[in-house]
Design a protein around this ligand. Structure first.
Ligand code: NAG
Ligand code: NAG
Ligand code: NAG
Ligand code: NAG
Ligand code: NAG
Ligand code: NAG
Ligand code: NAG
Ligand code: NAG
Ligand code: NAG
Ligand code: NAG
Length: 883
């Protein structure tokens, strides 16, 4: 057994002697050699579920037994040539630790399994790895309790159980880890909160600890853990999302002088605010019961970058010392009882990007110094007792995207300078006593999404036509001189529908009448909303420059004047022709309505038929607002997508925020229509259904694996899968697709259809290709079952897969399939079984355990079908999940 080592490693005689010596000395103790280590790893690997990641760890193989130190994820000690580190982080491995033989690895220094699908217990034998400095079991599905033996790993510097399914107590033995610097237990029981009050007195201080994450662990009332105040070196402390109560002990303030990050959000702490942490950068204490004033000398903590004290019971003034916080970016004090006036010194916090003082008792005026906050993106002072006028200096805050000064008592006129805020998306000045007219300030408010000026005393000319591309506007309850433009009924955000007859509200997009009014509306966005005057008198007020621009656009009434237009090179028609063909978006050409807008069928003079999709802005309003340029790049990529199972996108144009997509038109319509229509059964036989699923799999596989950067569709449903006359599939609707790339990380807006959305989206908001895989699984099941597989999905979600197994143990495949068809036989039966088993794999709850679309597409295209493990009529769903 030892011989293999020597031939491989060319050891010195000394090493040989040493081994012989050790063998003699410790006959019963496990002796590890590279070979025994390799064998142990191999037998462990044999228990891994790699079904869906076939290329993982190829170097871990019998034929490579002598080359252990070169194996993937393995690092050897230089001198002993033994494994010193195992780093299997993010390998998508589905396995357990119970099959891991710890004995040959007693010298291991680093063990990292972060980001896999490990289940089962953490064995107590892990406590034998006494040389470990790093143990990271985070982001897995480990269950059971944290073994007390972890306390024996006294060399540990980094320990993480973050985000698992563990339960039980945090063993106080962990505080034996006197060298540990990072202790990360946040959400270690993702679904099982710890339900006993811990006995903190058994915990001792950990002098080396710099990073302590206890967030989301306890569901019981507990005092502030005393031992923490003895962790002198702490820089990061997160106790958020627990039931901590009581006051914060005084020693904490005096001892933790190195603290840089303190997050106690979402607890029940009360008493005065902790302060005097001289090094603090982030102070997050929102949603507690802290009372009393904000410490007057908070401004002395000069490194503060973010302060969140929202939802407490703080009273008294906002300390003027805050003006010294030149690095402060984020200040949220909403929903407290702060009174007196807003200190003008706040204007010195020139790094501020976020300032929210909503729902306090602040009074007096809005200090003009706020105009110095040039970085400010959100300013919300609503629901206070401010009674001044709006300072014109606000117009200097040119980065403002969100401005709300609603409720209780602002007066005077809206300063025209507000119109300089080009990046404004939300403006709410409602429920004040503002008077005067809406100032006519020329500007480009292409980002604006909602405007609320209701419940004021605004007067002046009647705003008859308003051009607001994103549709949400409320001017109700004012005192306009003529008949007031009635606000649309659905003024709430997210409810606008650009296809409605909006009495001109969206006429610039929907330029049916295309009157001068509208053209003026395009040109004269007024204070963020474009009020269009009908009178010549009003036009006289405009600058000469405006007149020129007016003419220019006026001469371009033929729909060709778009802010942006991309048409594929081979496309022969113009967008103007398309608009003409559908009589300017007349209802009678509307062939479909969906969450994202309406689809129109345009028959061009040339005889060509195209589909026009007009995006519903409330659902996709973040696209052009963030960056029209990057949206255009995205569209360019999509127009380059060529695949027989993906619909052709001919082009796109946008105009003042409206987006139109031009697609190839398919006569047969959607898969949903075919499946549930009158002819569904006769037309969609088993062979056709398998073909449909296969085509869809290829389309998604192409988007995920052949496009660079990869494209995630995000909304795969039976309604977005269209059918050609020969039932060839064409995947459609890229309205929501986002390219996976670093710079699109801010597009976390959830889109997708209920019933098809992967469950993790609700938790993580992280859109990955695995979300598409899930939706594909749902569609594939639906095609085979002839109905939405809601009940199957639910049982899959019900937490333990055990119960799933029991629930469906007796569920026969033949009973689940579409009962309107005869059961499939022979090769068709095999194909249906394959589709069902792949689809069931796709709807697994854990994204990492779903197959890739590449794998699914390849399996479906494989020429030989697997033979059935049982006669068709006896196959159960449970059995299929194991295939
Ligand atoms: C651990 O390393 C020491 C010296 O480096 C060696 O003597 C011992 O045999 C090793 N133990 C195991 C189990 O490999
Ligand atoms: C280790 O693997 C690399 C490639 O993976 C190979 O080039 C190298 O020769 C290997 N080293 C040994 C000692 O086998
Ligand atoms: C490892 O630990 C277990 C229990 O914690 C113990 O029974 C066993 O003897 C240990 N094995 C070795 C090789 O030290
Ligand atoms: C505490 O931190 C300091 C500096 O960061 C370091 O020198 C010291 O060793 C740490 N103390 C302990 C007990 O780790
Ligand atoms: C503080 O904790 C809350 C709740 O866990 C979390 O949502 C928030 O992002 C944290 N704040 C910071 C600045 O990390
Ligand atoms: C602010 O509130 C505190 C405490 O409630 C009170 O003592 C003080 O008089 C108030 N100040 C003003 C200006 O209302
Ligand atoms: C306004 O603030 C008070 C507390 O100051 C709060 O109770 C109330 O809910 C707030 N109203 C709104 C609409 O936010
Ligand atoms: C605003 O309120 C303060 C105190 O509540 C009062 O002294 C002041 O006169 C008011 N200002 C105006 C313009 O009403
Ligand atoms: C509107 O913005 C565009 C580019 O964003 C710019 O070219 C144009 O001059 C602006 N128009 C006005 C009136 O500011
Ligand atoms: C409304 O406007 C008229 C004339 O412009 C004025 O007489 C009247 O007082 C105003 N009403 C209110 C409530 O401000």
């Amino acid at each position: 057994m030892e011989g293999g080592v020597f031939s491989a490693q060319k050891p010195t005689y000394l090493l040989l002697l040493l081994h012989i010596f050790l063998l003699a000395l410790l006959p019963f103790k496990a002796i590890s050699s590279p070979k025994t280590q390799a064998e142990a790893l191999l037998s462990w690997k044999n228990t891994f579920d790699f079904a869906y990641a076939p290329s993982s760890l190829p170097s871990w193989s019998l034929t490579n037994l002598n080359n252990l130190c070169n194996w993937t994820a393995i690092v050897c000690d230089q001198s002993s040539k033994q494994v010193s580190q195992i780093d299997l982080s993010n390998f998508d491995i589905s396995a357990t630790l119970t099959h891991f033989n710890f004995t040959p690895f007693l010298n291991l220094t680093q063990f990292n399994l972060n980001g896999n699908i490990f289940t089962g217990f953490v064995p107590s034998a892990i406590g034998n790895l006494s040389k470990l400095t790093t143990l990271d079991l985070g982001h897995n599905l480990f269950s059971g309790e944290i073994p007390v033996e972890i306390g024996k790993l006294t060399e540990l510097q980094y320990l993480s159980f973050y985000n698992n399914d563990l339960n039980g107590a945090i063993p106080y033995q962990l505080s034996n880890l006197q060298k540990v610097q990072f202790l990360i237990l946040g959400r270690f029981g993702r679904n099982n909160y710890y339900l006993e009050t811990p006995d903190w007195s058994k915990f001792s201080g950990m002098p080396s600890l710099t990073y302590l994450d206890f967030h989301g662990i306890f569901l019981v009332y507990s005092e502030f853990p005393e031992f923490i105040s003895k962790c002198w070196n702490l820089t990061f402390l997160d106790l958020s999302g627990n039931y901590f109560t009581g006051q914060i002990p005084q020693q904490v303030f005096t001892n933790l002088g190195k603290l840089e990050y303190l997050n106690l959000t979402n607890n029940k702490f009360r008493g005065p605010l902790p302060s005097n942490f001289p090094k603090l950068k982030h102070l997050h204490l929102a949603h507690n019961n802290f009372g009393g004033p904000i410490p007057e000398d908070i401004g002395l903590i000069s490194g503060l970058q973010s302060i969140d004290l929202a939802l407490n019971s703080l009273e008294g003034p906002i300390p003027s010392s805050m003006g010294q916080l030149r690095g402060l970016k984020y200040l949220d004090l909403q929903l407290n009882s702060l009174n007196s006036s807003i200190p003008s010194e706040l204007g010195l916090c020139t790094s501020l990007t976020y300032l929210d003082l909503t729902s306090n008792h602040l009074e007096g005026k809005i200090p003009p110094s706020i105009g110095q906050l040039r970085e400010l993106q959100k300013l919300d002072l609503s629901n206070n007792s401010l009674n001044s006028s709006i300072p014109y200096e606000l117009g200097f805050c040119t980065n403002l995207a969100y401005l709300a000064l609603a409720s209780n008592h602002l007066e005077g006129k809206i300063p025209p300078s507000i119109g300089q805020l080009r990046k404004l998306r939300h403006l709410d000045l409602s429920r004040n006593q503002l008077s005067g007219s809406i100032p006519l300030t020329l500007s480009n408010h292409s980002y604006i999404q909602s405007v609320n000026l209701s419940n004021n005393n605004l007067n002046g000319p009647q705003p008859t036509e308003i051009d607001l591309p994103f549709g949400n506007i409320d001017l109700s309850n004012n005192n306009f001189t003529q008949e007031i433009q009635k606000a649309p009924d659905n003024t709430s955000v997210g409810n606008s529908d650009l296809c409605r007859d909006a009495r001109g509200l969206t006429r610039a997009c929907n330029s049916k009448k295309n009157s001068n009014k509208v053209i003026i509306g395009v040109l004269v966005p007024v204070c963020g909303l474009s009020v269009v005057a009908t009178t010549i008198a009003l036009i006289r007020m405009f600058h000469k420059k405006t007149k020129r621009a007016f003419k220019k656009i006026n001469s371009a009434q033929n729909f060709e004047n778009f802010e942006s237009m991309i048409l594929q090179e081979e496309v022969k028609f113009t967008f103007g022709e398309v608009v003409k063909a559908i009589d300017d978006f007349h209802e009678k050409y509307c062939i479909g309505k969906g969450g994202f807008g309406r689809v129109y069928k345009a028959e061009l003079l040339s005889g060509q038929v195209v589909a026009v999709k007009r995006l519903n802005m409330s659902d996709s309003n973040d696209i052009p607002a963030i960056n029209l340029q990057s949206f255009e790049n995205e569209i360019r990529t999509l127009t380059n997508v060529r695949h027989r199972n993906i619909i052709r996108l001919y082009g796109f144009c946008s105009r003042r925020g409206c987006i139109f997509l031009l697609y190839e038109y398919l006569e047969r319509g959607s898969l949903g229509k075919a499946l549930y229509g009158v002819d569904g059964v006769t037309e969609l036989g088993w062979a056709t259904r398998v073909k449909v699923v296969k085509g869809l799999a290829h389309a998604l596989s192409y988007l995920h694996h052949d496009c660079s950067p990869p494209i995630v569709h995000r909304d795969v449903t039976v309604n977005n899968v269209l059918l050609k006359s020969d039932f060839e599939v064409r995947l459609s609707d890229f309205g929501t697709a986002r390219l996976i790339s670093a710079n699109s990380s801010n597009w976390t807006h959830i889109v997708g259809s209920f019933g098809y959305m992967a469950p993790e989206l609700a938790l993580t908001m992280r859109v990955t290709d695995k979300c598409d895989v899930y939706s594909f699984g749902v569609v594939a099941l639906e095609v085979m079952m002839g109905r939405h597989p809601g009940d199957l999905l639910e049982s899959q979600l019900s937490k333990s897969s055990q119960s799933m197994k029991e629930d469906n143990a007796e569920l026969l495949l033949k009973d689940v399939l579409d009962q309107r068809l005869e059961a499939p036989i022979n090769e068709l039966a095999k194909a249906v079984v394959l589709v069902m088993s792949l689809a069931l794999g796709c709807i697994r709850t854990h994204p990492g355990s779903r197959p890739t679309m590449l794998y699914v597409a390849q399996k479906l295209s494989a020429h030989s079908l697997p033979s059935l493990p049982k006669p068709f009529a006896m196959l159960t769903i449970n059995k299929l999940m194991g295939i």
